[in-house]
Design a protein around this ligand. Sequence first.
Ligand code: PEP
Ligand code: MN
Length: 636
Amino acid sequence: MLREIDRQEAAEVKKDEWRVGYQGEPGAYGEVAAAAHGGIPAGFASFEKLLDALRDGLVDEAVLPIENAVVGAITEALEPLADYVAAGLELVAVSLTSVPVRLGLAARPGTPLSEVKRAWSHPAALRQCTHRLAQMGIERVVCYDTAGAAQIVAHDASTDAAICSRRAAERYGLEVLVEDVSDKEQNGTRFAHLRMAEHARAQVPLAFLRTSSMTATGRLDVLTGATLLPLAGNAEFPVRMWVLGADAARLQALAPVRDVQVISLGQPAAHAARNVPPKQGTEPVIKSLPHATARRPLTIVEVGPLRVGAGSRAVIAGPCSVESPEQVMRIAKEVAACGATALRGGIFKPRTNPYAFQGHGLEALDWLVAAGKETGLPIVTEVMAVDQVAPVALKADVLQIGARNMQNFDLLRAVGRAGRPVLLKRGAGATVDEWLGAAEYIMASGELRVILCERGIRTFETSTRNTLDVGGMLAARPLTHLPILADPSHAAGRADLVEGLARAAWAAGADGLIVEVHDDPARALSDGEQALVPQRFAELARALALNPDARLPLPQLRAWVDAIDADLAHLVQRRLEVAKVIGASKRQTGRAVLDPRREAAVRRTYHEALQGERELADKLVDLLIEAARHQQSIED
Ligand code: PEP
Ligand code: MN
C-alpha cells in the first residue's frame, strides 16, 4: 500500500542533501518537479528504471507524473507504479507538486515552420497536442521524454521538431517556433513524490487502486463497496483512494463512511475522451473557436419538455417529411405516448433528385405546429435557405440545419440571428473541426443554444447509407460544451439497423437521439426505408427507459412492463452472483461476510431510489439479504 506522510515530515528530511529521481533527460518537466523541494535531480530512462533505483537506494525519492490537466491520468507512469506496488514495493507518497506545462514546438535554428512535418515527444505530451498538431498537419513521433525529443532533434539533420519546454529547447540549442501547442491553455502536470516506506514515518494511509487492472489483486483490491469497508479511516486522517479508470463519484457514494475520500485520477488514456467536458473557465479549448469550445459548464438547451445536455437526454422523433395534417398528428401522438421529448418533421426537404418530393413548404409548418400543440411537444424543422429562416422561426421551436447545409455560412449566420435554438447536423464529409467551426458561426451571430447532431458520414461502405461516427462524437465531447445528439436513421438508411445504432450512441453517452418514425413507411414521401413504425419506436423507447403515457395501446404497455420485469429478474440474478464473489473474497481474507454497516449502505441506496416507498425498499433489501444468506449458507 502507498502511504502518505505530511509535508512537515517531508520538510524534516530536507536538512541534508538528497537525490530525487525522475524519468527523462535534463530539461524534462520531471526535473522541475524533482528540484521543487530542493533535492538534487537525477534522470532515468524509464519509470521502471526509476522505481528500481528507488528500491535499490540509488535515489532517496522519486517523482512520478500522475495527472495532467489536458489528458488526465498519466498511465505511462501509473501502470508501472501500480505493478511495483502490487509486487510488494512498500512506497509512501510524501507530497505532490504541480508543474505548469507549456509545450513548445522547437526545431533546429533556421527551420521554417512550414517545413516541419514530424514532431517527437513523450506519448503523454503528444496526447496533449493532438488537436493542434493535426490542424498543423504535423505527424507525431513517440519517444521516451520531452527533453529526450529535443536531444534527438538537435542531433538529427532534419526538419523534425520536438514538443518540449522552452527550458529543454534552449538546453539543446533548438529554436522555439510555436510557444504553446497544447490543446488547452493553462496546462499542468501533478507529480507525486515517493519514498520507500522504511525511510518515512507513515501517518495517513493512502490506497492506490486500479479498478480495471488484472494485477490489482492481493495487495490492490478490485474495488467494490465491500473492499472500501476495512479501509475506513477517521475524521482526522481520512483514507484516501486514488482511483484510476473508475467513476469516482459513484465510488464515493459506495463508501459507507464519510472518512473515505475518493480522488479520481480520471480515465486511463484510452478512454480519456469519455464524457469529459472542457474544464470550467473562459478560455477556449481550440483557440480559434472561442464560443463553441469555451471552457464552461456543459450547455443545457431547454424548450418545454425538450431538455438536452449535461446529463439530460432528448429523444426527438417524427416523420422525415410532414405529409399531411393527419399524418403528422397521428405520428406525433404515437411518439409522445412513448416518451419522446420533441417532434420532428421536414417541410423543406433537401433531396438528391430534383424531381423527388421537395416538401409541402410553409403550409406544412402549420400542420406541424398543430401536432406539437396537441401533444405538448416542441417542434424541430429544417430550414434550407436564408429567406425561410424568418417565417419558420416565427412558429418552430428549434431550427434544424441539415447535413448538406452545414457549411452554408450565410444560412448559419441567419439562423444565428433568428432567436431560436439550432440543431446543427454534421455534414456527411465534414471533420469534427469543421462541424465545430459551423457551430461557431451560429454562436458568433448571437445564438448560443446550439445542439450538435452526428448523422453518419460518407465512407467506402455501401451496406449502410452512411456510417454513424460514434468515434467522432466521442472526439467532439471533450472539445465542446454543446450537447451532442445522434441520428441513427440517416446514418443507417435502413430501419432494421436503427435500434442497434441508437443503443450504441446512447451507450457512448450521446445527449440524445433524433429518430424518424412513420406509420406507413411503404407510402412515405421520403426516407420510408429508414423509418421505424410506431411499435418499433416504442420498443426502442422502452430500451432507453423513456417514460410511456397512457395513450399507448394496452398490449404495448403490457409489453413495456414485461420487458422491465425481465430486466429486474436478470439484475437480481446478477446481484446474487456478484454477492457470492464478494462473500468468497471476504472468506479468503478472513473477514466477516455480513457487515451491518454495509447492509445499512445498501438500504440507503434503496431508500433513495424508491423515495416515498420506504416499506417496499426495506422489504426488497430484506429479501435480497435473505437470498444471499441462503445461497451462501450463512448462519446467523
Ligand atoms: C432530415 O433530418 O430529414 C435530414 C434531411 O437530415 P440530414 O440533413 O442529416 O440528411
Ligand atoms: Mn429524412
